[in-house]
Write a new protein. Structure first.
Length: 204
């Protein structure tokens, strides 16, 4: 008969051994996972340098825009989540073309700590609702401010955005990891994989 204290020691040893093996396995996989992440995100053809933010990764400037109730919403409220920040306008054909794929991405990752913030400029809520009468799964915000009287809002201008659409992939620590000029097929498998890879990071 095995004495209880010996059995407890045996269980402890086995548990520690399994934990050590798990850590070793995770460390061994680390480089492969990082390589896979870079490959998936590279397939989206990001731009490595942003005139306003400098070389990436870089801290994401906090911005505010209003939701459909008129409430001001800050980007910093989503800290702890991976955020795809998109600047667009309903008067911009490429913006409208990428919206269905972006909304499909939002639906695909709705159970994850992930948020798409689509910040519209140069428009109104009635116009936005008219473009999407069935609603959208992602979070749409409105920024009607303008630094120079143009159609692009101050929030977008803070990121150096002059033409729409542009998108910024921000990790859970508030770092801009990737910057995308013009439209993308956000519902493509490599796009979903890129988002998941940033979502799943523990130490970006």
């Amino acid at each position: 008969m095995i004495r209880p204290w010996r059995q407890a020691i045996a269980y402890t040893v086995v548990g520690l051994t399994m934990a050590a093996l798990a850590v070793s396995y995770a460390r061994a996989l680390g480089p492969a996972i990082r390589k896979e992440t870079r490959s998936a995100c590279a397939s989206l053809a990001p731009t490595s340098l942003n005139a306003a933010l400098g070389e990436l990764p870089s801290a994401a400037p906090d911005i505010q825009a209003e939701d459909y109730t008129g409430k001001r919403v800050a980007l910093s409220a989503y800290r702890g989540k991976t955020v795809l920040l998109n600047f667009w306008g309903p008067w911009c054909p490429p913006c409208l073309e990428e919206m269905p794929a972006m909304d499909a991405l939002a639906r695909a990752l709705k159970q994850e700590p992930f948020e798409i913030l689509a910040v519209a400029s140069g428009t109104t809520w009635p116009e936005i609702r008219g473009k999407f009468p069935g609603g959208l799964s992602m979070t749409v915000l409105l920024d009607n401010s303008s630094a120079d009287g143009g159609a692009v809002g101050i929030a977008a201008g803070t990121y150096g955005t002059e033409k729409l659409p542009e998108s910024y992939l921000i990790d859970k620590k508030g770092q801009v990891r990737y910057y995308f000029v013009n439209q993308r097929d956000w519902s493509a498998p490599h796009a979903v994989q890129c988002m998941r890879s940033i979502i799943d990071e523990t130490n970006p």
